[in-house]
Design a protein around this ligand. Structure first.
Ligand code: PLP
Length: 496
């Protein structure tokens, strides 16, 4: 049988000639090692469709009413709009972005060499592997348990390796379903935002002359905890006057309460999303506060979903995991990520801990349902990325990650020192790569615009993270050192 016959055999009876033709063409191209010049790709051109060909045809499928409840991604498109408007007025401006919480340092070589070794091994019979366990490869699960949960009673079988914390948050929401109530911190994590730059050179993402920036599109990703709840149908409609969804408990976190909610004023919910160290405020809950949170959950029969994506940034002696708190295994799930430790925001690797002790009201283990969702909606993290994750947790990898984190922490100190020296009240920074600067009595958007117009630095207005962020601006420490120094020089000129 020829290669073409081999490929045609299973599909010939059910496939259209067009599909059959496409399949055999691509196979032949590959088997003869024909490499098309990239220009050939432009055969698929986007051309304007003549007016009369536009179709108004609609299917008879009604839109998911929960999707219709979602608010348009507002924060980052608005930042992009203002930035682009600024750039068209100031075409020579050297814009520095300290708004986007995306990593900028290259991944240490000890980690990328493991990624590439595993990738190359896939070209050999000995090194090839296909589908792996949906829960993750055993050596990586064991390494995560030992690196992050040693002596906390968390075993490798409590750990589910994933393609990132955000993906796991959505999968957890599938487990909970539409009949639960949720609580979130206000302000809280609006989700990583991505810049798709259409024009410009690689490596210029952080500090670009405007010619490349005006062509950038910023795509805002939905609020991780809130939007996944809306999609599941856990919430009411968005109430524009208060900028909140119905049926969500927003737990206000401000300097007045030490960025920890006054639990005596928090209504009971089934699920409590809690992020510490926190994005955007940079604050981290103390042992005493987390003990209160665990007790609160236990008294109310709630489940805490604890997001510890920045735990390795902790300088203070606060818990790095919720499981450091006695009794937490009966009330908490923890989700975390290699994104901000190893620069894996693009590589994609994270994990979630669901202890066997965590049970639903009927006694059924939450981990079994999570496992079912993981096996249904996910086929396991990439084997290449898992090799990278394992390298991260080797002694050399841990050291290298520590250096990357140390670098961003130095950036954070530079930003903190700058705003402190200018007399601002500055929060966060010590335990997270975010500096939360207070501009009392001022609108976050006004301050954002002032900084952009006068210094060409992009920050993030605090109110974009929830009503509790009004009056604050978040400055991200993810950036190249020269950009951080330059931005701080400009802040000093503006506010001296
Ligand atoms: C608090 C928090 N959790 C989770 C994530 C996303 O992690 P991942 O890249 O693993 O999806 C982020 C990213 O910015 C974050 O700030």
């Amino acid at each position: 049988m020829s290669p073409t016959q081999l490929i045609s055999a299973p599909i010939s009876s059910s496939s259209s000639p067009a599909f059959f033709g496409a399949a055999s063409t691509s196979f032949n191209a590959r088997s003869h090692s024909v490499s098309y010049p990239s220009k050939r790709l432009s055969l698929c051109r986007c051309v304007a469709v003549p007016q009369e060909e536009k179709t108004a045809y609609k299917t008879s499928v009604s839109r998911n009413e929960n999707m219709a409840k979602l608010q348009a991604g507002y924060l980052f498109p608005e930042i992009a709009r203002r930035r682009n408007a600024h750039l068209s007025k100031n075409p020579d401006a050297k814009v520095i972005s300290l708004g986007i919480g995306d990593t900028t340092e290259p991944i240490p070589e000890v980690i990328t060499s493991a990624l590439s070794k595993r990738a190359l091994a896939l070209s050999t019979y000995e090194g090839y592997s296909g589908y792996g366990p949906e829960q993750g490869e055993k050596p990586l699960r064991t390494a995560i348990a030992s690196a992050f949960y040693r002596d906390l009673g968390i075993g490798e079988d409590d750990i589910f390796v994933s393609d990132g914390a955000k993906c796991d948050i959505s999968r957890l929401q599938m487990v909970f379903g539409s009949n639960v109530t949720i609580a979130v911190q206000d302000p809280s994590y609006p989700s990583p935002n991505r810049t798709y730059k259409l024009v410009g050179k690689l490596g210029e993402k952080d500090y670009m002359p405007c010619a490349s920036l005006v062509d950038a599109i910023i795509v805002s990703m939905p609020m991780a905890y809130v939007d996944s709840g809306v999609i599941m149908g856990q919430t009411g409609q968005f109430q524009k006057d208060v900028e909140k969804y119905g049926k969500i408990e927003y737990m206000r976190c401000t300097p007045e309460n030490g960025f920890f909610p006054d639990l005596s004023k928090v209504s009971r919910t089934d699920i409590i999303f809690f992020c510490s160290p926190n994005n955007p405020t940079g604050s981290a809950a103390t042992r005493e506060q987390l003990t209160k949170l665990v007790k609160f959950a236990k008294d109310n029969g709630s489940i805490i979903v604890y997001d510890s994506a920045y735990a390795m940034y902790m300088s203070d002696d606060n818990p790095r995991s919720i499981f450091e708190i006695p009794g937490a295994k009966e009330v908490a799930i923890e989700t975390s990520s290699f994104s901000k430790y190893a620069g894996f925001t693009g590589v994609r690797l994270g994990w979630t801990v669901v202890p066997k002790e965590l049970l639903f009201s009927d006694g059924f283990p939450v981990a079994k349902d999570f496992n079912r969702i993981v096996c249904t909606a996910f086929n396991g993290a990439s084997n290449i990325c898992q090799a990278g994750g394992l390298a991260c947790l080797s002694p050399e990898g841990l050291k290298a990650m520590g250096q990357v984190i140390g670098f961003y922490k130095e950036n954070t100190s530079i930003i903190m020192d700058t705003f402190n020296s200018l007399g601002f009240k500055v929060y966060g920074g010590k335990n997270a790569p975010y500096v939360w600067v207070h501009f009392p009595g001022r609108s976050s958007w006004d301050v954002f615009s002032e900084i952009l117009e006068k210094t060409h630095v992009v920050t993030t207005p605090g109110s974009g993270f929830g009503p509790g962020g009004e009056g604050f601006v978040r400055v991200s420490a993810f950036g190249r050192r020269e950009n951080i120094l330059e931005a701080c020089k400009r802040f000093k000129q503006l506010y001296k």
